[in-house]
Design a binder for this molecule. Structure first.
Ligand SMILES: C[S@@+](CC[C@H](N)C(=O)[O-])C[C@H]1O[C@@H](n2cnc3c(N)ncnc32)[C@H](O)[C@@H]1O
Length: 518
């Protein structure tokens, strides 16, 4: 059976709403009647409008899994979650009157999904946990997923049934298949740009309940991978599956991935194009779920970084933000700091593909931002932070709050210098070895001692952002200059924030010393 006769291959909604400014007093539109038809391609719109002007009918989730699945909490007005109101008021109260909100793509936006697999081989459940439980809800028609994730899930379901693959049983610790990660690449330059998104190919990572590929159930794993490849690989038209990976995990905790990864079939490297650069992402590295919205954010971010700046990208993952700045803003130096060592190969591949015209030093450091954060601040003009939902580490917040008191200590300088000898840099095309340093430009003493003038905070956790923002502002060391919101997770009450802070410089005393009165 061809993939396209599968009953659950969804239609492809491509409505895009775009709000350029965010009036604080928008009245939410009433919910649409239950019987409205799903949006169609003819409803495509890219409009600059206020929320009240947009018909809510075109912006409703209309997902059959709403309420049973925990993924979405917000059914109507996807283009403008209520939190935007709160954000607008929050930023206004801190002096930013022109907060903008980009509502981005409303359906089919999720290009990266981790799904649990439970149930029985004859009736597998592939989806998310029901709120507050470990009961998996099947979500074959998820409206958030890129449609090709849903198609790949259906193919996987078919494979599980045909090959009698046993889904994982959490209580017993038995079964074969625990989770699947599906990641879509829309990078295919053989297609016209307008067709690339809808023809995205899916990298499938099967989380297998065994220690490694030599375990007794590994034959089944290979059978399942071959099934996916035979039915969705290059022989199917259009190709659905980009590649198949295995991850081995036997622990009984809730951690999805184990440490062992194996590439099984298809292309090993996964490429995407965002922020003006080609990026490589291995399945073990962090990747943003909403590719299009992330691209919008990066393009906005570029404008806030001066040409030739020296940048520290903290919580960098595979360094996508930092490298994109290096390429677009001709940065003198970019340091990416990331705790997960698995992100290193992706960083290296991305660097190798940069055009030769990108000069300057770009490095990736496997380090914990919370340990000696001052050493990353000193010598940078701009700090970019993109922490997990819980927000900035306390030690980093403290370093930023007391920033001007950081005369670069000998410790900071030497620890930075020490790090500089160890980064995983670099441009393999220049045959740099691990442990060697590529510096496009010698570091000057002046560089090493300067303190950042700008802090750019990218946040996926609104509550922690508000807290961190207030802490920075009450320190009087930072002023909030600009803020933008992006609809990274339509269907939820979450937004991604890009906030720009400028360091308050002490005014120099201009008056002459008063003469002592005689
Ligand atoms: C929201 S992700 C952002 C990744 C990257 N900026 C991107 O957009 O692809 C947060 C990243 O911070 C990393 N991280 C978490 N705690 C960290 C720490 N203490 N020091 C350094 N990196 C950390 C995580 O591993 C993850 O890759």
């Amino acid at each position: 059976m061809s993939l396209f006769t599968l009953p659950c291959r969804p239609s492809f909604p491509i409505i895009t709403c775009r709000l350029s400014s965010s009036p604080a007093t928008t009245v939410p539109s009433p919910p649409p009647p239950a019987s409205i038809l799903p949006p169609t391609a003819s409803a495509t719109a890219t409009a600059t409008a206020t929320a009240t002007a947009l018909p809510s009918l075109t912006c409703a989730l209309q997902c059959p899994h709403f309420e049973t699945c925990s993924g979405c909490t917000h059914e109507f007005n996807l283009h403008r979650p209520n939190i935007v109101e709160e954000a607008t008021n929050f930023f206004k109260s801190h002096g930013v009157l022109d907060f903008t909100f980009d509502s981005c793509r409303l359906w089919g936006w999720r290009c990266r999904a981790k799904l649990a697999i439970r149930g029985l081989s004859e009736n597998p459940l592939i989806g998310l946990y029901e709120e507050g439980t470990h009961n998996v809800v099947d979500i074959p028609q998820c409206k958030a997923h890129h449609p090709n994730i849903n198609a790949a899930v259906e193919l996987l379901r078919k494979g599980i049934k045909e090959l009698n693959i046993e889904p994982y049983d959490e209580d017993q610790g038995t079964g074969d298949l625990r989770y699947v990660q599906m990641a879509v690449t829309t990078y295919d330059t053989s297609l016209p740009a307008s067709q690339r998104y809808r023809n995205g190919k899916v990298q499938v990572s099967l989380v297998w309940n065994s220690r490694n590929e030599k375990s007794s159930n590994s034959e089944k794993l290979n059978d399942l991978a071959n099934f996916l490849w035979r039915n969705g690989g290059p022989r199917s038209n259009p190709q659905l599956i980009h590649s198949v990976w295995a991850n081995f995990q036997t622990s009984t905790n809730n951690i999805i991935f184990g440490n062992r990864w194996r590439h099984l079939l298809g292309e090993r490297d996964f490429w995407e194009h965002v922020g003006g650069i080609d990026i490589s992402l291995d399945p073990s590295s962090f990747g943003q779920a909403n590719t299009r919205a992330f691209d919008n954010l990066l393009r906005k971010l570029h404008k806030y970084v001066p040409y030739g700046a020296s940048v520290a990208d903290l919580y960098a993952g595979a360094g996508v933000i930092g490298i994109s700045l290096a390429a677009n803003r001709k940065c003198r130096s970019v340091k990416c700091i990331e705790i997960n060592k698995e992100s290193r190969p992706s960083f290296q591949k991305t660097i190798n593909r940069l055009p030769n015209s990108v000069e300057g030093s770009i490095s990736w450091h496997n380090a914990d931002t919370s340990i000696d954060p001052v050493s990353w601040l000193v010598g940078s003009d701009v700090i970019v932070v993109d922490p997990p939902r819980k927000g900035l580490d306390t030690s980093l917040i403290d370093a930023l709050r007391t920033i001007s008191s950081h005369k670069p200590s000998l410790k900071s300088l030497s620890s930075n210098a020490k790090e500089e000898k160890r980064p995983w840099i670099l441009r393999e095309r220049e045959q740099a070895k691990e442990g060697s340093v590529h510096v496009g430009r010698e570091k000057t003493v002046e560089d090493s001692q300067s303190l950042p003038e700008k802090l750019i905070y990218i946040s996926c956790g609104w509550e922690s952002f508000k807290q961190d923002c207030k802490t920075l502002l009450t320190s009087k060391k930072w002023k909030l200059e600009k803020a933008h919101g992006f609809n990274f997770f339509p269907g939820t009450q979450s937004i991604e924030v890009l906030a720009v802070f400028r360091r308050s410089l002490k005014k120099k005393k201009t008056g002459k010393k008063k003469k002592k009165q005689l």
